[in-house]
Design a protein around this ligand. Structure first.
Ligand code: ZN
Length: 245
């Protein structure tokens, strides 16, 4: 199979992952039929950085939505594990993820090999001073609008909100990975959120083989060498196993 040969021959495999890789771990995606934004369209408008900073009710709603979040109990699935195992088996794997759930690292991929484009839910920062805390510890305090223990400032999860620009250093490193990859796998992303999605263009322009694995069509399908509309938890481990074998 030509695709397997290309993966097998690659020294660097860039992997862009979106919510679709974590749904099999029980974390709802945003745009799917059961997605957060499909069921609660107002959430899209509410969770901007501007609203978060200005409105205590938005902050309470935000913290509530994370208190019982499925991601706290989630375990990596077969796709996360297969990508972690693929790394170092001939090719180096670097994951650029739109997810904030930390499941690639939990599956065994070294933290330095995972670039979290939209941040992480596992840490929380003060918006007024350099304090950084574990989100679990903040949630255990049980406050509806938690404040910084040092300065009393507003605390915010390390996730990128609407209206907030991505971390320039992380994005720069992600573009570098995309440009250097020989194979670029986009897995479980609707590729509708920029600038993360345009990493596919960076990869293609630099000569990478672009492979899209997603349930639904994406705006980048016509740029792809291979489009797989198969179950992620099945097809990703199959691809990785074949590439290693
Ligand atoms: Zn502070």
């Amino acid at each position: 199979m030509e695709l397997i040969d290309r993966i097998r021959g690659a020294r660097l495999i860039g992997v862009l992952t979106g919510a679709g890789i974590s749904t099999a771990s029980g974390i709802p995606d945003y745009r799917g039929p059961d997605g957060v934004w499909t069921r609660t369209p107002s959430a899209v408008n509410a969770f901007t950085l501007e609203n978060f900073m200005a409105d205590a009710e938005v902050r309470r709603e935000f913290w509530r939505s994370y208190t019982g979040h499925a991601a706290w109990r989630a375990e990596p699935n077969a796709a996360h594990r297969a990508l972690a195992e693929l790394d170092g088996s001939g090719a180096a794997v670097r994951v650029l993820t739109q997810n904030v759930d930390g499941l690639h690292q939990k599956a065994g991929l070294a933290a330095r090999k995972v670039l979290e484009l939209h941040g992480t839910m596992h840490t929380t920062r003060c918006t007024s001073c350099p304090v950084r805390l574990s989100t679990t510890e903040v949630l255990e305090r049980g406050e509806d609008d938690p404040r910084c223990p040092e300065c009393g400032g507003i605390l915010k999860l390390d996730v990128v909100l609407f209206g907030q620009t991505l971390d320039g250093e992380v994005l720069g490193r992600a573009r570098h990975v995309a440009a250097a990859s020989e194979v670029f796998l986009a897995i479980g992303s609707s590729l509708q959120v920029e600038p993360a999605a345009s990493l596919c263009t960076v990869a293609v322009r630099s000569g990478a083989t672009l492979v899209i694995v997603n349930r639904d069509p994406t705006p980048y399908d016509e740029d792809a060498d291979f489009v797989l509309r198969e179950d992620i938890e099945t097809v990703v481990p199959e691809l990785c196993a074949a590439a290693e074998g």
